[in-house]
Design a protein. Structure first.
Length: 252
């Protein structure tokens, strides 16, 4: 459901880009005689940053445009008109737009960098957890189960199961390079979104095939970031190494 949540959040952020600057400008109307245009513009910039911090680049840009428009409409003479007669106020409105656009994009970039740091830490934790199980001498089945649970959260799946030692049917496959491909005789398909049905992630250790994880994703949603898919492949390789070290039967 994470993909649906992100899309819903983006729509909310776009709506906030329109509404929040309007409400802030409206709240400043009773004080416009006491505040300078510069102070009013600074308050509007704060509203733009608040939207950009929670939303996307588009939401931040929309908030900057909305802030400049409502600053003109409510806080500069003639009031309740999209017109400015004072040269200083016109320059302030233009600066509000420019600064709002720049600051909103910087805010979005900062938030995304923070998200990357958190995501990378989560990926490292998953890999370390699998390695720790193997180092502690846990059974291969425990490692396989741990990886199965990690894959659900890592890839945003509805579910995931491990199928031992079979290669039935032609399923889309999450491959070593992080792509999802369906290979059939005479036809190869690459996916940008999760396909219908299950997607396989093969488990190989020591050059031997032991089984596969069958990924039950939400069809039609975009694939997770490439980094997450590569971590999933690495986790499957750790499960394969655990199965191989135990000397279990395998298929070549």
């Amino acid at each position: 459901m994470s993909g649906y949540w992100f899309r819903f959040r983006d729509r909310i952020a776009l709506a906030a880009g329109l509404v929040v600057p309007f409400l802030v400008a409206l709240a400043l109307v009773p004080f416009r005689a006491d505040l300078s245009a510069t102070n009013e513009a600074l308050i509007m910039v704060v509203a733009v940053v608040a939207v950009a911090t929670l939303g996307t680049r588009a939401a931040g840009a929309l908030a900057a445009l909305s802030a400049a428009a409502w600053f003109d409409f409510f806080l500069t003479e003639p009031y309740q008109q999209f017109a400015i007669t004072d040269g200083d106020e016109l320059r302030t409105a233009v600066l509000l737009l420019v600064v709002g656009l720049i600051v909103s994009q910087l805010a979005v970039r900062t938030r995304r960098l923070q998200a990357v740091v958190v995501t990378d830490a989560a990926h490292l934790s998953s890999l370390q957890g699998t390695a720790r199980l193997a180092e502690d001498g846990r059974s291969p089945q425990e490692v396989v189960e741990y990886v199965r649970q990690e894959l659900v959260g890592l890839l945003g799946l509805r579910g995931c199961r491990f199928e031992y030692g079979t290669l039935m049917g032609h399923l889309p496959r999450l491959e070593h390079g992080g792509g999802v491909w369906l290979r059939r005789p005479g036809r190869v398909t690459e996916y940008a979104d999760w396909p219908d049905g299950e997607t396989e992630l093969r488990v190989v250790g020591g050059g031997h095939y032991y089984g596969r994880y069958l990924l039950d994703a939400y069809p039609g949603l975009p694939l997770p970031p490439e980094e997450a898919r590569l971590v999933a492949v690495a986790l499957a390789a750790q499960a394969g190494a655990a199965l191989d070290s135990a000397g279990l039967p395998h298929r070549v």
